[in-house]
Design a protein around this ligand. Structure first.
Ligand code: PMP
Length: 360
């Protein structure tokens, strides 16, 4: 087999090796069924068992209460940008958005095409390098939307926003930090995440949503755009992304076997600390995020000189560190170190950075 290299991609991203090995074996035959995982009918017993285990493990790991539905949808997190306001933003209400990056901007844009919106805070003044502390909410918003981790700008909420108006339920785009730490589901009305960073492959989106909200959602939408369609049919109204759900199930097993979300958080905190500690002392590399807002998932940094950044990315690539080029809106570098990224890879990167710095 080709040697696997350190993959710092922001998503699709590295998956646990044991998960990939198991998936590889089951591509030809799921267990002893004689039919590969991608070839099974979604209505057949073997796949139904996979889907049931995926949901059960998701509930167990995430400590998801019974009055929340767990949905496996398609269309990526981007379709959720639209489905949320379509289902939940009536014409006489306002939806509030905490705009902390480009993904939040995109979510807001879709909501604007559905109804009235309000920007409760924005970090645009400093190119989104921080999470604003204060929010100013509209009068009685129907929901408050935030992006828990900003994949591009390398910032992350320490906790969910507090003191939101009583009229509102909280909606979280957790695409790039879902299940990287324990989350208080009860504080949210809806949490969504594309799978391709912490949960599995692209093509499946996890949605955790309060059942009473689903029931009260807009009934005049196209069938596929209503949450109730998917909740009423256990995500099998149409053919679900079977392989994605299967891989998610394996990732959930892996999370459980490795100590659950508390252990994920400790591991992620330790990994990120190695990088941020080095950035704090380096005279060449600097973090681009404001202290207190740093992401444990996406660590963004620069040398302050574009040519030097490019030289570093090129040298790193040649040395087997892939995916380090920063997003064009920030420049520099970005090391994405989601749940499955091994601690040794972070150590190796820091050593490589030190050597690069020492070489001048
Ligand atoms: N939200 C966040 C925070 C993201 O990082 C991304 C993708 N990188 C998206 C939304 C969009 O996700 P998708 O490509 O699944 O639509």
């Amino acid at each position: 087999m080709t040697r696997r290299i350190w993959n710092f991609s922001a998503g699709p991203a590295v998956l646990p090796e044991s998960v990939l090995e198991e998936a590889r074996d089951n591509l030809l035959s799921l267990g002893n069924t004689g039919i590969g995982i991608c070839e099974h009918s979604h209505r057949g017993k073997p796949f139904m068992a996979v889907a049931a285990e995926a949901e059960a493990l998701c509930r167990e790991i995430g400590n998801i209460p019974e009055d929340y539905a767990v949905l496996f949808l398609q269309g990526g997190a981007s379709l959720q940008f639209s489905m949320i306001p379509m289902n939940f933003l009536p014409s006489d209400r306002t939806a509030d958005y905490l705009v902390t990056g480009m993904w939040a901007e995109k979510a807001l844009k879709e909501a604007k095409s559905c109804g009235a919106t309000h920007i409760a805070c924005s970090g645009k003044d400093a190119n989104y390098n921080y999470i604003p502390e204060a929010c100013s909410y509209s009068d009685k918003p129907v929901y408050v939307h935030y992006t828990s981790n900003n994949t591009i700008f390398g910032t992350q909420f320490r906790t969910e926003p507090t003191s939101i108006p009583e009229s509102a339920f909280l909606v979280c785009d957790a695409s790039s930090d879902i299940f990287s730490r324990p989350v208080d589901i009860r504080k949210h009305g809806l949490i969504y995440a594309g799978a391709q960073k912490n949960l599995g492959p692209s093509g499946v989106t996890l949605v955790i949503v309060r059942k009473d909200l689903v029931a009260a959602g807009n009934k005049s939408l196209a069938t596929m755009l209503q949450y109730r369609t998917h909740a009423d049919n256990e995500s099998m109204y149409n053919t679900p992304p079977t392989f994605g759900i299967y891989l998610m199930m394996l990732v959930f097993r892996w999370i459980k076997a490795n100590g659950g979300l508390t252990a994920m958080e400790s591991r992620n905190t330790a990994k990120a600390k190695v990088l941020y500690d080095y950035l704090a002392t380096s005279s060449l590399f600097k973090s681009t995020t404001k202290s207190g807002s740093e992401s444990k998932m996406n660590v963004t940094f620069v040398t302050g000189n574009e040519e030097r950044d490019n030289a570093f990315v090129k040298a790193a690539e040649a040395a087997g560190f892939s995916g380090l080029k920063g997003h064009r809106s920030v420049g520099g570098m970005r090391a994405s170190i989601y749940n499955a990224f091994p601690p040794e890879g972070v150590q190796a990167l820091v050593q490589f950075m030190k050597d690069f710095e020492a070489a001048g």
